[in-house]
Write a protein that binds this ligand. Structure first.
Ligand SMILES: C[S@@+](CC[C@H](N)C(=O)[O-])C[C@H]1O[C@@H](n2cnc3c(N)ncnc32)[C@H](O)[C@@H]1O
Length: 350
């Protein structure tokens, strides 16, 4: 005789995950980015094409331990990353984004936010909440970007690639949002490798544009901006530190996803753009506003990472408009640019 009651006589409580389950899941959620990173590094996504692949075969091709690969994939599958069919492991729409050849690949972005330095920063969160500041500069003796470029060249490369990946998701919407038909000269400050600038120049065949960023970013610009690239005759690539000076006069200055550092730095960079321009020049801040984000878990998570690396933040609408006004710019409006970004439009006053 069995000691086990039939399941129909056991109360099953409420439907959906219980608070206990939710909290236990959450407290081990860091296993997921670790598993994503490992999957990328061993090359799982690139190894799976359109047909299902058995785990043993996959492990042999990747030269990894099959039993542990099963466990890794079991965790990732809980989040919709890869799926299992009778024939073996297959891609899902999410896991396809880990492929290096995906048109909207987020491979480098996942690597970037799971870099070893990022894991090392998370325990500083408690102290940041107590003190109100991220302690990166105290710990490493210099600001995040200077340290990144000097000490972590591989991570710098991943960062620059990750920013291009993110720009691929948003640049078309930005180009559709901005009416640059009357604008002659455009400067993308902190524009990374220039994917966004190249998209805007392609969408506006009359426009001339300058990419300004730190040496480590502009060293390998978007191929379209190269001296032999398709946009060479209408573009310039310049090294520049916008905290010292914005080294170009333009009708429009763009700061896209760069002013998410210390508020003081934001005001300095905006003032430097106003100084480089003339009365009537426009300064556009393009960012993902945290109080208007459809991806609130992502936005709040990256907000905390910014706190720990650049002592920065994801801005609220009020927060960013206050900063542009503090920099002496006239606020003209805030408009969405696609689903993920907002444009804070300002003018250099007369
Ligand atoms: C988050 S990325 C955004 C890149 C690009 N605007 C985009 O949206 O893809 C921030 C950029 O700011 C650049 N940056 C950081 N400090 C800078 C400075 N002092 N002067 C100019 N650019 C800077 C970084 O090199 C990086 O390319």
């Amino acid at each position: 005789m069995t000691l086990i009651r039939s399941s129909s006589s056991i109360p099953d409580g409420v439907s959906g995950p219980s608070p206990v389950t939710m909290l236990r899941d959450l407290s081990l959620a860091s296993a997921a980015p670790a598993a994503l990173r490992a999957a990328i590094q061993i090359g799982v996504a690139d190894e799976i094409a359109d047909a299902p692949v058995g785990v043993e075969r996959l492990a042999a091709a990747l030269k990894v331990n099959a039993a542990v690969l099963v466990r890794l994939l079991r965790n990732l599958r809980c989040y919709g990353v890869f799926a299992e069919t009778e024939g073996g492991i297959v891609h899902t729409p999410v896991s396809r984004l880990l492929r290096s050849d995906a048109a909207t690949s987020l491979r480098s972005w996942v690597l970037w936010v799971t870099e070893p330095w990022a894991w090392q920063l998370w325990p500083d969160l408690e102290q940041a909440v107590r003190s109100g500041r991220g302690a990166f500069e105290d710990t490493y003796g210099r600001d995040f970007f200077t340290h990144l470029h000097k000490e972590w060249p591989e991570s710098t490369e991943i960062f620059n690639q990750s920013q291009t990946e993110l720009s691929r998701l948003t640049s078309a919407a930005l180009a559709a949002t901005l009416d640059l038909s009357e604008i002659k000269t455009f400067a993308d400050v902190g524009g990374g490798r220039g994917y966004t600038l190249a998209t805007l120049l392609e969408a506006n065949p009359h426009l001339h544009g300058t990419l300004v960023d730190l040496p480590a970013a502009v060293m390998h610009p978007d191929p379209r901006l190269h001296p032999d690239g398709t946009l060479a005759s209408r573009s310039r690539v310049m090294e520049g530190d916008c905290l010292q000076e914005v080294p170009v006069e333009a009708d429009v200055y763009l700061f896209k996803s760069i002013l998410e550092w210390d508020d003081e730095k934001t005001v300095t960079a905006l003032r430097n753009a106003a100084r480089a321009g003339r009365p009537g020049s426009r300064v556009l801040v393009v960012t993902n506003l945290i109080d208007d984000s459809p991806e609130i878990r992502y936005a709040t998570g990256i907000d905390l990472l910014f706190l720990l690396n650049t002592n920065g933040k994801r801005h609220t609408r009020t927060g960013v408009t206050r900063l542009v006004e503090k920099a002496g710019l006239r606020l003209d409006g805030v408009s969405p640019a696609g689903q993920l970004l907002h444009v804070i439009e300002t003018t250099v006053p007369g």
